[in-house]
Design a protein around this ligand. Sequence first.
Ligand code: FAQ
Length: 311
Amino acid sequence: DLVDLEAQFEATIARSDRIEPRDWMPDAYRKTLVRQVAQHAHSEIIGMQPEGAWITRAPSLRRKAILLAKVQDEAGHGLYLYSAAETLGVSRQELTELLVEGRQKYSSIFNYPTLSYADVGTIGWLVDGAAICNQVPLCRTSYGPYGRAMIRICKEESFHQRQGYELLSTMMRGTDEQRAMVQESVDRFWWPALMMFGPPDADSPNTAQSMAWGVKRNTNDDLRQRFVDMSVPQAEALGVTFPDPALRWNAERGHHDFGEPDWDEFVQVVRGNGPCNTQRLAHRRRAHEDGAWVREAATAFADRRRPAGAE
Ligand code: FAQ
């Protein structure tokens, strides 16, 4: 009965074991997973746009091939994640509709424009870097299909991060103009990258329950600190600075102190009022509508191949 099922669920969570699609789970657990996994999937797909904008303007064939492959990987991540979400009883079609109607979220970071080619490197370094920081612990999330999707995604994200860092370090060894271009890009992306980890713990309505269920393994502030600590030596090696006068090593804490992101800006961007929200959603909606014939054709083809009488 229900009491047994609940006890079994709680025991699985307590053992840090995995909940699988056929296991009983509380409705609220299913709901929070659909919310997080869907937002994550949408982020991967919407996240193709800022970098995708530079594919036609990449400075060499080599850089173009790398960027094409990177953006394609993000599409793949979106597909693994929509598949993970489908094991919870929602369809990719439903989730896509919720996204294009603006009823589900995606990461704030993708609402900022990519103004220079250096942004391709900065996104790889800082945005994929923040993504790895957030997602490595999610490989141990309590929901099996999500955790397994994360393992492969993290491997690819590490490669993306190296790619971004390599691009920036090449530019840093170039002309003064190139170095200035990198610094300007890092100045624009630093604070939005810190916001990717979500609101401060004290203002994060979902963290406590998600941690209790093992959906999240760390709090937003813990991961943000980890990201700052990881990024500072990398910035030094590159020869760039972060636009934060409060950033300094705190020997007592064994961590870097850093300033407060502009949380009003964060709230505005999440509400739909960031610099590119309208453009990102309009582009996604158009791509979805333009793809209708592909979905119809694929469905018709699948129907024909299905043996007579089979569902
Ligand atoms: N943007 O209570 P919390 C990538 C929302 S990486 C927009 O703290 P939670 C790779 C939050 O949903 C990016 N909304 O929420 C890539 C909630 O609203 P809700 C994707 C945000 O869930 C690189 C409300 O604020 N990664 O795509 C943001 O416990 C390059 C209150 O927040 C993931 O999604 C934000 N930054 O913690 C691709 C990682 N932060 O849902 C292409 C998985 C918070 O109640 C190119 N997700 N909100 O309506 C997570 O780890 C968590 O969901 C957090 C938020 C940490 C994002």
